[in-house]
Design a protein around this ligand. Structure first.
Ligand code: SF4
Length: 249
């Protein structure tokens, strides 16, 4: 079985809290977030096809040096059969498994949750859960906004009901979601997650919509302010900044 694939980063200490992992970049994503920095992974036509066996052989070579893998993208659950095959084989190597997701495919997430092979999910909650705001953050049409919100809510519930650790996370992007009201709305909609992480938007290289290349990063103080709002709803709140890495608030 082949997968539309970007690359493997053999060693990362920042993609799975407390673990040393290899990071797999799957191609394909249904969203078009204007601040996306992985836009070279959005379309299958820009990616190579690689056999699952080749990827597993590569992970076996790294296995003595890692404690798990993290699959990101793109949206990994878009290629659900390939994702299941890779995660199942990695579990047999006694490694931990993490999936990053945007929550667009709740049925696919349910399928993999039912197999109980994922140890950790990190799901992006990109904006307050209203059709117009979510469409703005994801570059999708607000006409499809209601369906989109339903998908996101179903995915949240699916992961909450699973045995995996559930990290919900929001990248704070000025002009998209930097307001108290947004954080309150998100927290009201993610009750039951294990932790909520506020991440700092940083334009390191290029972004999908060039307008966002000049948008300044929110400050650590701003993130702490939002974290203190979120503490009213969820116990385990963290921020991630360039200056201090991950901090529990
Ligand atoms: S940032 Fe948005 S467009 Fe980019 S990979 Fe993630 S969900 Fe897809």
């Amino acid at each position: 079985m082949d997968v539309y694939f970007g690359d493997i980063q053999d060693i990362s200490t920042i993609d799975y809290p407390g673990e040393v992992v290899s990071v797999l970049f799957f191609c394909g994503c249904p969203m078009r977030c204007p601040f996306c920095q992985n836009f070279n992974l959005l379309n299958y036509s820009d990616c190579q096809k690689v056999s699952v066996e080749k990827i597993i052989d590569h992970i076996k070579d790294s296995a003595p040096f890692i404690t798990g893998i993290a699959v990101t993208g793109g949206e990994p659950s878009q290629q659900i059969d390939q994702l299941i095959e890779i995660i199942s084989k990695v579990k047999k190597l006694d490694l931990l498994t993490k999936i990053d997701t945007n929550g667009y495919y709740p049925k696919n997430l349910k399928t993999i949750c039912d197999l109980d092979i994922v140890d950790y999910f990190a799901m992006d909650i990109k904006n307050e859960l209203t059709p117009k705001s979510y469409a703005k953050a994801t570059g999708l049409s607000s006409i499809s906004g209601n369906k989109l919100i339903n998908r996101i809510k179903q995915s949240i519930q699916t992961i909450i009901n699973s045995n995996a650790i559930f990290e919900a996370r929001t990248t704070i992007v000025p002009s998209i979601n930097d307001s108290d009201k947004v954080i309150e709305n998100i927290c009201e909609n993610i009750s039951g997650v294990n932790r909520y992480v506020l991440q700092q938007f940083r334009c390191i290289d290029q972004v999908l919509d060039k307008k966002f290349a000049d948008v300044p990063s929110p400050t650590r103080e701003q993130l702490i302010h939002y974290a203190e709002i979120a503490k009213n709803y969820i116990d385990d709140i963290r921020i991630r900044t360039a200056e201090h890495g991950e901090e529990r608030i």
